[in-house]
Design a protein around this ligand. Structure first.
Ligand code: ZN
Length: 202
């Protein structure tokens, strides 16, 4: 997706509607800095605000994502291109998140381990020992929470029975037995329990 082109397109549509950045920002209930970032191509509008932005500018989401007004005869082709591009971006983002999970998991485990070692082997007052252990434990719990959250939301789990791909609830990920990222969970489609693999592509 060409963010510079989209930015110029947003600026053009805004000027057509005779709105300043500040006026558009006010209509959308956001800061004019956000608008400026879109228009210079530094950022894409959040999906949560896209519809409203399109309404104000008198365009549709597909045109926004293409960065141009689309002629009727090109319409379907453009929709398809944009859907493929969005899918690709989601896959890339999911892959990055899973890498991040790895980093968070290791960092918090190692921190926990080091603090426990320090607390066990170095001479110190008991209350410092307790604080170190508590701090290590909290770091570990928070780290694991983020790891699970990422594992729940990035990509999909594939049922090994019916090959349905789905995003499970946090609770089922939390409670499931697992080997690496493969988890023993109940498939919401066929209802069978099996080892479900993590996959990026739907
Ligand atoms: Zn299934």
């Amino acid at each position: 997706m060409d963010q510079i082109k989209i930015g110029k397109f947003i600026a053009g549509c805004r000027k057509n509607k005779k709105l300043t950045q500040a006026q558009l920002a006010e209509k959308l209930n956001i800061t004019d800095r956000a608008i400026s970032k879109w228009e210079t191509g530094n950022r894409m509008p959040d999906s949560s605000i896209m519809l409203e932005l399109c309404n104000v500018l008198g365009i549709n989401v597909n045109e926004l994502l293409s960065g141009e007004i689309i002629k009727m005869e090109d319409y379907e082709k453009k929709v398809e291109e944009n859907l493929i591009e969005l899918k690709k971006q989601k896959e890339e983002a999911d892959k990055r998140m899973l890498k991040l999970e790895f980093v968070i998991g290791y960092t918090s485990s190692i921190t926990f381990f080091i603090l426990i070692l320090l607390a066990s082997y170095i001479q110190m007052e008991t209350w410092i020992r307790i604080i170190l252990i508590a701090f290590g434990f909290i770091t570990f719990v928070i780290g694991m929470h983020y790891c699970l959250k990422i594992e729940q939301t990035a990509g999909y789990y594939e049922c090994s029975k019916c090959h349905n791909k789905y995003v499970p609830e946090y609770k089922s990920v939390f409670l499931a037995m697992h080997m690496g990222r493969t988890r023993y969970m109940k498939c919401p489609k066929c209802g069978k329990k099996s080892w479900n693999k993590k996959v990026i592509r739907k």
